[in-house]
Design a protein around this ligand. Structure first.
Ligand SMILES: Cc1cc2nc3c(=O)[nH]c(=O)nc-3n(C[C@H](O)[C@H](O)[C@H](O)COP(=O)(O)OP(=O)(O)OC[C@H]3O[C@@H](n4cnc5c(N)ncnc54)[C@H](O)[C@@H]3O)c2cc1C
Length: 243
């Protein structure tokens, strides 16, 4: 219980879930978590396809995609694990910083994650060098093309879906720009390419996670129209624009 609500409905203290910024932080925690999980699941699906897709070319493409996504799953997800745990401390305020809630312990535990998966910079080096430059941007461009297809599907959907399409396109275009820029650099400019690797990794992770949340929105919209599990589907739809 803390502070009166901003809507003026009472002058009494309310539970903190009624404060808009607490709700914002919880939504951000949910969006980052669900987006990272969906990205990891999609990457795992690519690994399955790399082994079991019917044709040789599908297996080769799926392998390249799973390899492209691996540094994103490792680097983006662990960096945001720290962010989510930090927001968890903030949600609890002073109680989050001291020990009783357990929130501070989660924060300390999460802090090692971007180091023990090899460090974020090593994942970013892999993304820039082996995953983007080595095939001349082919996998990055194919990923961008898949995301553009989802944008087209979103544009046929609800107002919320159309709004998500606009944001997804902006993120994809930013990704396309970075890929083009990296490909334009010559050997003497490689320190610049690798020096901006971590921001590129975070941009790409945000894009792919946001793409997966957008795909969830499409599935949830269709399920909601069939009357399936309205509360769960509404939560998926509300979470999609968070990233
Ligand atoms: C609790 C814990 C659990 C672990 N579990 C595992 C595990 O299960 N499997 C496993 O394989 N390893 C594990 N590790 C090891 C982990 O992979 C290494 O800690 C990690 O690779 C960083 O190496 P380092 O600590 O020696 O730091 P250093 O290599 O000394 O690097 C220090 C910093 O320099 C920068 N840096 C270093 N090299 C580069 C580079 N080439 N490009 C850009 N920046 C660079 C980074 O910012 C890095 O954080 C674990 C480590 C810890 C602490």
């Amino acid at each position: 219980m803390q502070s009166a609500p901003v809507d003026g409905s009472t002058r009494e203290a309310v539970t903190i879930i009624h404060h808009p910024d607490v709700r914002r932080m919880l939504m951000r925690m949910r969006g980052l978590t669900e987006g990272a999980r969906a990205m990891a699941t999609y990457a795992a699906g690519c690994q399955d396809m790399a082994r079991h897709a019917p044709s040789e070319s599908e297996r080769r493409d799926a392998k390249a995609m799973s390899e492209f996504l691996t540094p994103l799953v490792k680097g983006f997800s662990t960096e945001n694990g720290v962010e989510v745990a930090s927001l968890g401390v903030q949600v609890h305020g002073g109680m989050g910083f001291i020990e009783e809630t357990g929130a501070a312990q989660h924060y300390r535990d999460a802090r090692i994650l971007p180091i023990y998966e090899g460090t974020t910079a090593i994942q970013a080096n892999d993304l820039v060098g082996r995953k983007t430059l080595r095939d001349g941007g082919a996998t990055a461009r194919r990923l961008s093309g898949l995301i553009a297809q989802t944008e087209q599907q979103l544009l046929q959907g609800s107002d919320q879906a159309k709004a998500v399409a606009t944001r997804l396109r902006a993120a994809r275009e930013a990704f396309d720009d970075v890929v083009s820029h990296l490909l334009s650099l010559d050997k003497s400019e490689m320190p610049e390419a690798f020096g901006t690797g971590v921001p590129y990794l975070m941009l790409a992770g945000n894009l792919v996670s946001g793409w997966q949340l957008a795909r969830s929105l499409l599935v949830a919209d269709a399920a909601l129209a069939r009357g399936e599990d309205p509360e769960f589907m509404a939560a998926k739809i509300a979470t999609a624009p968070v990233l």
